[in-house]
Design a protein around this ligand. Structure first.
Ligand code: ADP
Ligand code: MG
Length: 353
């Protein structure tokens, strides 16, 4: 793989990294002002940054083997440059000037698999700019700037989950986050457990239309319940007066928020696993964002020894499943589950073990 020196013919001034993330519990709750529980994954994105020798920014991604030159006056960008340049622009928007820079990107985070390579790229880039230019913003502000870069420059209307996780989580802990107040708490991992993530091999093709539809259903349910967001309801019985479809959607969000809150009181790996299983059932039956392949993969996990629990993770309609397994067994379990799943005709692959 190429490095900064080979591409830019000079040594970089700073280096910064950020991990990808997986959400363990709290799915489809972030746009309802609710609670989420991500953890960082071992894979990271790294940027090397140095001053540009001319009046343009130069970006190179070793993963894409793609080189982009940017005139600092530019407004319309394509591909990965949108994320990197977006970070530079949001930093300028809050009042700091950024000189022309060279940025070299390399990453072991799977790209486009729901493990948040986009937020890892933003957080790594912002960390690099912060250290190059001595900028004073903290890790929460940094996450918010990354979110702004993704919304305004990459055109993805995302919540704050991904950037907060990539900025504040580590692989040894879970990050409890209240997405309304940004109040957060670092929690220890359930004792004696570790995670496995397997991609179902099914692309999230309907994800964006399904996602937008669920968002508006939740807004309608909140309105009919007379609350600002579904986060403001904690009693699942409160949904009984809603029409059938909205009742199911709201029930998922309310019970999912309650599952995340239950973890705050400290739970064993067994209980955590049961909460993951219940989350999957709720996403499948009430929220209807699972598909047969994800149900099959979760089912194989749940019937395997050394598995505490499993669920789809991310928006659904394809993508990946996360499981909590006995510490030290991640590699063995993931191999067995993948073999069984692919024997049934699928093209899954291991993302984290
Ligand atoms: P996810 O965040 O789930 O991996 P997204 O679609 O949100 O998927 O983000 C993927 C996009 O982020 C890529 O298409 C690319 O533009 C950008 N990206 C992420 N990592 C890299 C990288 N290492 N090099 C270049 N671009 C990257
Ligand atoms: Mg992303």
């Amino acid at each position: 793989m190429m490095d900064y020196k080979q591409i830019f013919n000079a040594a970089p001034d700073v280096q910064a990294s950020a991990p990808g993330r997986v959400n363990l519990l709290g799915e489809h709750t972030d746009y309802n002002d609710g609670f989420v529980l991500p953890t960082a994954i071992p894979q990271q994105t790294t940027v090397h940054i140095g001053y540009s020798p001319n009046d343009r920014h130069h970006f190179y991604s070793a993963n894409l083997e793609e080189w982009v030159d940017v005139n600092p006056e530019e407004t319309e960008l394509k591909g990965f440059a949108k994320y990197v340049y977006g970070c530079i622009r949001v930093v300028e928007t809050i009042g700091y000037s950024v000189p022309p820079v060279n940025i070299f990107v390399s990453s072991s985070v799977p790209i486009g698999s729901g493990l948040s390579s986009s937020a890892a790229l933003e957080v790594a880039t912002l960390r690099g700019l912060r250290s190059l230019l001595g900028l004073p913003f903290d890790d929460v502000k940094l996450a918010q700037l990354g979110q702004q870069a993704e919304i305004q420059y990459a055109g993805v209307s995302c919540g704050i989950l991904d950037q907060m996780a990539c900025s504040l989580a580590d692989t040894e802990h879970m990050l409890f986050l209240d997405t309304r107040t940004l109040k957060r708490q670092i929690l220890p991992f359930p004792t004696g457990a570790e995670i496995v993530v397997i991609d179902s091999g099914v692309a999230r093709s309907l994800a964006s239309s399904g996602y937008n539809q669920r968002r508006s259903e939740c807004e309608a349910a909140a309105q009919q319940l007379g609350v600002r967001a579904l986060r403001d309801v904690s009693d699942p019985q409160a949904v009984s007066q809603l029409p059938n479809l909205l009742r199911k959607r709201a029930r998922h969000v309310i019970t999912e928020n309650n599952r995340v809150l239950q973890v705050l009181s400290g739970v064993s790996a067994e209980v955590f696993g049961q909460l993951m299983n219940a989350s999957h059932a709720s996403l499948r039956d009430d929220y209807e964002v699972s598909i047969p392949a994800l149900d099959e993969l979760v089912d194989i996990f749940q019937n395997m020894p050394d598995v505490f629990g499993a669920r789809l993770t991310g928006a659904g309609f394809g993508g990946a499943c996360v499981a909590l397994v006995t510490a030290g067994k991640a590699k063995a379990v993931s191999k067995q589950v993948l073999t069984k799943y692919n024997q049934a005709g699928h093209k899954g692959h291991i993302l984290v073990d």
